[in-house]
Design a protein around this ligand. Structure first.
Ligand SMILES: CC(C)(COP(=O)(O)OP(=O)(O)OC[C@H]1O[C@@H](n2cnc3c(N)ncnc32)[C@H](O)[C@@H]1OP(=O)(O)O)[C@@H](O)C(=O)NCCC(=O)NCCS
Length: 168
């Protein structure tokens, strides 16, 4: 059974392992080099007081994670966070991504954020399906936003109003 809990710096090893699978798959990010565990641990520590992060466990084993990260530094954007979600390769399509994002949204609402945004490769059907299923709106597409392995890639922007902002 899937269980979701808050992520701690001690989860950095498992988070990094799953993150690096996503990087290798070239589905989710412009990052091409594996991220070192120490870097992910530092991110978790630095953001701990402000930006929620969660892991999904199946029988005590971490199979997915999601975290919120800063959107822009300007003060009026402090209620917006970007989010990322990664599921272990062999565990995709079993609800772990959905469980991670649902918990992350709840924690971001509790932390006072009013909006979550993400950038998604338009070809990433699983990510688009997850976003749709979780109530994100597709805002539009940045064309040729950056190069991945030398090839221009577009980026789809999605957003979801949360907390007080979601009430109209
Ligand atoms: C994208 C990702 C996080 C989705 O998580 P997941 O656990 O595989 O997805 P879930 O099983 O929770 O499914 C969520 C929804 O997406 C749909 N879905 C999942 N995989 C799909 C696929 N390959 N194609 C189409 N729809 C898919 C499910 O049917 C479900 O829809 P529903 O809620 O309407 O029934 C996961 O596939 C992943 O880690 N991919 C690599 C990294 C990545 O792309 N991260 C996102 C970066 S923007």
């Amino acid at each position: 059974m899937l269980q979701v809990r808050g992520a701690a710096p001690e989860d950095a090893g498992e988070i990094t392992r799953i993150y690096n699978q996503g990087i290798e798959d070239r589905l989710a990010t412009f990052q091409t080099e594996p991220r070192p565990v120490a870097e992910v641990a530092a991110v978790l520590r630095q953001r701990a007081n402000r930006y929620p992060a969660v892991v999904v466990e199946d029988g005590g084993r971490v199979v997915a994670w999601a975290w919120a990260s800063p959107y822009r530094e300007r003060p009026w954007y402090q209620g917006i966070a970007e989010y990322s979600v990664y599921v272990e390769r062999g565990e995709r399509g079993r609800g772990a991504g959905r469980a991670a994002v649902a918990e992350l949204i709840g924690r971001c609402e509790a932390a006072g954020f009013h909006k979550l945004v993400a950038r998604v490769f338009p070809e990433n059907e699983a990510s688009r399906a997850l976003c749709r299923s979780m109530g994100f709106r597709e805002v539009g597409v940045y064309r040729r936003h950056a190069r991945l392995d030398g090839r221009w890639r577009d980026c789809l922007i999605v957003e979801r109003l949360i907390g007080a902002a979601a009430g109209g």
